[in-house]
Write a protein that binds this ligand. Structure first.
Ligand code: MLC
Ligand code: AMP
Length: 503
């Protein structure tokens, strides 16, 4: 029997029949009944464009129905899907193309020229947010004769998702069909998903949260998705009465809780609000409950393992905790030596299970560094686990900033800033931010006072995606260092914690 995730989705699609799959602005954009034919055409077009089973297909396109079909066709054709944030600049893309070595790249027509110059030997297809581009032409030439879903084993790769490393260089987490399927099926059960669910999808589909968690659950359920290109509080609120589930990063809930339209009546039809990708503040949880009567269900995950822990559906959802390890997932809190710590003591969370990735693409050394001998993965998150197994994420062992659910690695930003003429050195820290949770701030030691904030921001603009660019550049005469000469980032964070006033 095949372990292809697409084969499983195809079964649900068959049962869902004429039901709408994607509805946007009140209009049905895709029906389950059309999924087989559509993905067959896309899969044929990808194969005709030179991709073969096991090849990587690198995709940097706007969120759209075509993007969903492209992903599903990639699964169906046995390709390895490599999604990229649309905000990445050409400089950033050059690395991903070099590292992933794709047989095929699909990008926005506007980026075609820049990408072609980075990958002159790689076949390129284009598609914009409205489905226009050479992919459309490639599809128009294929036959309507269907496509036999390529059989896959559990360990065969379905996707490579890039996640930044502490060195500033991204690593591609290899995820298999087995990883994705087991995680989706587990979440389906524990969140009591059913075919009548209607999901509001306002997340990007180049990351685990929007691409796997949200899409897979809806697809396995044969459920309808209310499609939003991006998060807009007004638009999401106007869809609430028609929906039953919302998945979002904490910023979604901060913005909704701030909105006058969020009321008990507006959310009366909703079954479940899920938050993840970054810590949900306890006051957001409380404010949301006071306004709607709903207790947000917070879960925890990461690119390398999909979802790892979740607050219970039926039991108590406790703010500031991420609940329990998912069924089938083993979790322990350990010291630096990997030995499990007594319950309640903070340490690094280590996990294992069918959701755990197959390692970093082309980086066996990096994979080995993050694995214990018994197969547990070192998440780099600092956690506590109580006697009942309830987990709270209390900090980060890794030097990582999460702004609006997007990861920013300080080292990468520091390297870009240090390369600016007139900069002696820099330290990038995460500072509490009322909307984004955290925002990146750079503390810079400069050679001359003539170098100002704007000049530095302008200099790094072409190198760093907008979301990674520091929200503020502050200047200092020197960076605080410990006896070993290491920059004391904790001191800098303390010094600047009030930089962005609270709401
Ligand atoms: C946008 N900007 C950001 C940003 N998003 N800056 C920092 N961090 C972010 N997350 C920039 C924009 O480019 C813009 O630049 C400016 O900030 C203001 O944008 P905005 O209009 O306020 O932002 P918006 O478009 O509304 O987006 C904010 C957001 C979005 C939070 C809704 O970033 C988002 O959808 N985040 C979700 C990310 C996600 O899916 N994470 C899951 C990763 S998977 P300018 O030029 O206008 O100033 C994972 C595993 C797991 O972590 O557990 O799920
Ligand atoms: P990514 O590498 O983008 O997959 O991000 C994964 C990281 O997001 C984790 O290692 C955590 O640091 C963080 N994260 C995800 N969910 C939560 C959560 N509910 N609470 C705290 N941190 C979270």
């Amino acid at each position: 029997m095949t372990a292809s995730l697409y084969a499983l989705i195809a079964q649900s699609a068959e049962q869902a029949g004429e039901k709408p799959l994607i509805v946007e602005g009140g209009e049905t954009r895709l029906r389950y009944a059309d999924l087989d034919r559509e993905t067959a055409c896309y899969a044929q077009a990808l194969i005709a464009s030179g991709a073969q089973v096991g090849d990587r297909i690198l995709v940097q396109v706007e969120k759209s129905v075509d993007n969903v079909l492209l992903y599903l066709a990639s699964l169906r054709a046995g390709l390895v899907y490599v999604p990229l944030n649309t905000a990445y600049t050409a400089t950033e893309l050059a690395y991903f193309i070099e590292d992933a070595g794709p047989a095929l790249i699909v990008c926005d027509p506007e980026k075609e020229q820049a990408i072609a110059s980075l990958a002159s030997k790689t076949r390129l297809l284009t598609v914009d947010a409205n489905g226009r581009g050479s992919l459309e032409e490639a599809i128009s030439t294929v036959s309507d004769a269907g496509f036999e879903t390529v059989p896959r084993d559990t360990d065969d790769l379905a996707a490579i998702c890039y996640t930044s490393g502490t060195t500033g260089r991204s690593k591609g987490a290899m995820l298999s069909h087995g990883n994705l399927t087991s995680n989706a099926q587990t979440l389906y059960d524990i969140w009591h998903w059913h075919s009548d669910d209607v999901l509001i999808h306002a997340l990007p589909i180049y990351h685990v949260h929007g691409l796997f968690v949200a899409l897979h659950l809806a697809l396995l359920g044969g459920s309808t998705i209310l499609w939003h290109h991006s998060f807009d509080a007004d638009a999401v609120l106007s869809d609430l009465p028609e929906a039953s589930v919302l998945m979002g990063v904490p910023t979604f809930y901060v913005r909704l809780a701030d909105h006058a339209g969020l009321t008990r009546a507006a959310s009366a039809n909703m079954r479940l609000f899920i938050s993840g990708s970054a810590p949900l503040l306890e006051n957001t949880f409380a404010e949301f409950e006071a306004k709607t009567g709903h207790r947000i269900l917070e879960r925890y995950g990461m690119t390398e393992a999909g979802m790892i822990a979740s607050n219970p559906y039926d039991g108590e959802r406790i703010a500031g905790t991420v609940g329990f390890a998912l069924p089938g997932v083993a979790a322990r809190v350990a010291g630096d030596d990997g030995a499990e710590l007594p319950r309640g003591e903070p340490g690094i969370l280590e996990i294992n299970g069918p959701n755990l990735f197959r390692g970093y693409w082309n980086k066996p050394d990096k994979t080995a560094e993050e694995m214990r001998d018994d197969g547990f993965f070192i998440t780099g998150d600092i956690a506590t686990m109580d006697v009942d197994g309830r987990i709270a994420i209390v900090g980060r062992g890794k030097d990582l900033i999460i702004a609006g659910g997007l990861n920013i690695y300080p080292k990468e930003i520091e390297l870009a800033i240090d390369a600016v003429a007139g900069v002696r050195e820099s330290a990038v820290i995460g500072v509490p931010h009322p909307d984004l949770g955290e925002a990146a701030v750079a503390v810079v030691v400069r050679e001359s006072r003539t170098l100002d904030e704007t000049a530095i921001l302008t200099a790094v603009e072409g190198d760093l995606a907008r979301f990674k660019q520091p929200r503020r550049i502050l200047f200092a005469d020197a960076l605080p260092r410990n006896a070993m000469g290491k920059v004391q980032k904790a001191r800098l964070r303390e010094q600047h914690e009030g930089l962005f006033a609270a709401r």
